[in-house]
Design a protein around this ligand. Structure first.
Ligand SMILES: Cc1ncc(COP(=O)(O)O)c(C=O)c1O
Length: 434
């Protein structure tokens, strides 16, 4: 039944069926959760071998660095080789242009913004804050829908967020270039370039090249904050590859304007993985110097564990195929439910990601909050509507992020049954208000 073609009688009849079904779900007293993109226990089990790789007899490593002691602030050389290869940094540059830190890439993003804001990222840069002192705000471009924590980070610094449209191939680059050219107080853009959170899109080669070129047309100290959190997280081996922004920036002479981030949070252990970044040699030097004010060094024992367990890019890819085998059925359950119940009804659209952790669903305008609260009433927790937009404000109130990796498959199926019922219920209620 298509919502725009059905008669009022048909819609009323369908509404009463959906209401009954909704009540039946409420009576089940479910407690299901499709909110945060976390790996499941079965995924975490894949990396248990990591815990056996370093012990009292074998902590010596190639460079004879004692990982138990202070120092090596920028990370073990072998860890730079491993994680730098995920960021497509060329071998000859890796040691100077990659920084390997502690357990979180978000921490490295926070520090990067903090350092750029207060001190200048590389030595000699003017701090963004000097612009604030001159009475001008700092602004950041935020492709939407996007990752909520990028937005809350900006909010914490008082950075004004400018939403930018996503096209399915990354941000609308005509809009981005026009904004950046017209306003030198824009100091950066957030990007999740492969299997974006939540849309799942992969930025096209043209988009990557144009983003790498922004440093040439932007105001001073502009940064492309390239959060490649899902760089190797494809659901199948035909998933779209991502062009290297490192190579694009190198050829355009803009490496100072691109900072890449990543972590093994969704490769090995979330919360006990390794975060890393890469940029120009000068930025990495500046970052390391500033980071040294906060710590004498990150956990090198965990870095060594990761090097031994994952070995190299091939090792990472083989390991990620095991993750894909676990989470593929869950993504398939989400898609199957949406195709069975929402396809051809005119009540919503959704992404079909080839990787990452999310499915992005668009309700009819004005219904996301209603659907989320109906689902909560029936025991299914969804990411709050609006969370994927700056300041929690989705102007169309239509985006809902579904995160199917953590619950068991059976629970994903039940949660989706509740969800599609709520979508239909809210859509028809809106069409024929009582
Ligand atoms: C786009 C994106 N970046 C970063 C993170 C967090 O990464 P980390 O655990 O390395 O801090 C997440 C986690 O959901 C994410 O979706």
């Amino acid at each position: 039944m298509h919502i725009d073609q059905a008669s009022t009688v048909e819609l009323s009849q369908r509404l009463s069926e959906l209401e009954q079904q909704h009540q039946a779900f409420i009576d089940l007293q479910l407690t299901l959760d499709l909110t945060r993109g976390k790996p499941s226990s079965a995924q975490l089990d894949l990396s248990n071998g990591l815990l056996d790789t370093v012990n009292a007899d074998n902590f010596n490593n190639d460079h004879n660095i004692d990982p138990r002691n202070y120092g090596v602030l920028d990370g073990l050389p072998a860890a730079k080789d491993l994680f730098g290869s995920i960021l497509s940094v060329t071998e000859t540059d890796i040691q100077q242009r990659v920084f390997v830190g502690g357990n979180s890439s978000l921490t490295l993003m926070h520090y990067t913004v903090w350092f750029a804001f207060h001190f200048g990222l590389k030595i000699g840069d003017q701090a963004w804050a000097s612009q604030v002192a001159d009475g001008e705000p700092i602004k950041m471009l935020c492709p939407c829908p996007g990752y909520d924590r990028h937005f809350s980070l900006c909010a914490q610094f008082g950075i004004e967020m400018i939403p930018v449209a996503l096209t399915g191939k990354g941000p609308d680059m005509d809009q981005v270039e026009a904004l950046v050219k017209a306003d030198s107080s824009i100091k950066g853009i957030w990007c999740v370039p492969r299997f974006a959170n939540p849309t799942g899109e992969v930025y096209s080669e043209e988009t990557v090249t144009r983003l790498a070129g922004l440093g040439k047309i932007a105001g001073d100290n502009f940064l492309v904050l390239w959060d490649n959190a899902y760089a190797v997280h494809s659901l199948n081996d035909k998933a779209k590859p991502l062009a290297s922004i490192d190579a694009a920036a190198k050829s355009q002479g803009t490496l100072d304007h691109v900072v890449q981030f990543g972590s093994s949070s969704k490769i090995t252990f979330a919360g006990a993985g390794i975060g890393y970044l890469s940029s120009s040699e000068a930025n990495v030097e500046g970052f390391t110097r500033n980071f040294g004010m906060a710590t004498i060094g990150s956990d090198k024992i965990n870095q060594l564990r990761h090097v031994r367990f994952l070995k190299d890019l091939d090792g990472v890819r083989q390991h990620m195929a095991k993750h894909a085998a676990i989470i593929n059925p869950k993504f398939a359950a989400v898609t199957a439910s949406l195709e069975t119940h929402i396809k051809d009804t005119g009540m919503g659209r959704w992404s079909n990601p080839e990787g990452g952790y999310f499915v992005s669903f668009e309700t009819l305008p004005g219904l996301a909050k209603t659907v989320v609260s109906l689902a909560a009433e029936a025991g299914v927790k969804l990411t709050p509507a609006g969370a994927t937009f700056p300041n929690g404000n989705d102007p169309q109130d239509c985006n809902i992020r579904l995160a199917p990796t953590f619950p068991e498959l059976e629970d994903v199926e039940t949660a989706m049954a509740v969800f599609v019922n709520c979508v239909q219920l809210a859509s028809i209620q809106q069409k024929i208000p009582s």
